[in-house]
Write a protein that binds this ligand. Structure first.
Ligand code: HEC
Length: 164
């Protein structure tokens, strides 16, 4: 092979390597993205909220539909919701943690006390529900607590979440 051709081949390979490197560099920031580009606290609270959504759904099947009333399942879901409420929820909303994909309203940090109250109310209802089934309360009594729990989801969303 003539020397000049070899030289061209070498610089071609070099350029290709640089190109590959640049492509990887551009893609790197996307590696940590989970939910439509959400990262860090935003991604963490979205997945916590989704878990609560699932728990509420299976409770609703028992309380509002015809799934059998299963105390152990009610307790399990109530505890799951409780573990994502209260201070655990608040920790996922550090000041100013908003991003383009976040549905968190700025009012959260302007009216932190009300936001915190909603978070606490949620974990209290969840604890009340777990206790109700432990104490052998009836399905209709437990249902009342479940309905007030779901009201606390929607009250907080109404005030502090903007649907995108
Ligand atoms: C203290 C306030 C508060 C409470 C209580 C609350 N949420 Fe949320 N929720 C939010 C906020 C704020 C967002 C938007 C978060 C973001 O996008 O950064 C949200 C988002 C969500 C989402 C969308 C998640 C996603 O993937 O974008 C679901 C689902 C959800 N909440 C379910 C629930 C359920 C179910 C409950 C009750 C069991 C609940 N939430 C209680 C404040 C709350």
């Amino acid at each position: 092979m003539p020397k000049q051709n070899k030289q061209t081949l070498k610089s071609c390979a070099g350029a290709l390597a640089i190109l590959l490197f640049l492509i990887l560099l551009t893609l790197a920031p996307f590696a940590g993205y989970t939910h439509d580009g959400a990262q860090g606290n935003v991604a963490a609270r979205m997945s916590a909220m989704k878990m609560m959504g699932k728990a509420v759904k299976s409770l609703a099947l028992m309380f509002r539909k015809s799934e059998p009333f299963d105390r152990a399942a009610v307790k399990f879901n109530a505890l799951a919701i409780g573990s994502h409420g209260g201070t655990a929820l608040l920790e996922l909303f550090p000041k100013g943690s908003r991003s383009e994909v976040s549905e968190a309203k700025p009012e959260i940090w302007q009216d932190w006390n009300s936001f915190a109250e909603e978070a606490m109310r949620l974990s209290e209802s969840a604890a009340d529900l777990a206790k109700a089934v432990d104490d052998g309360k009836s399905k209709s009594e437990s249902r009342k607590i479940f309905e007030s729990l779901t009201r606390s989801c929607s009250a907080c969303h109404k005030a502090f979440r903007q649907k995108q």
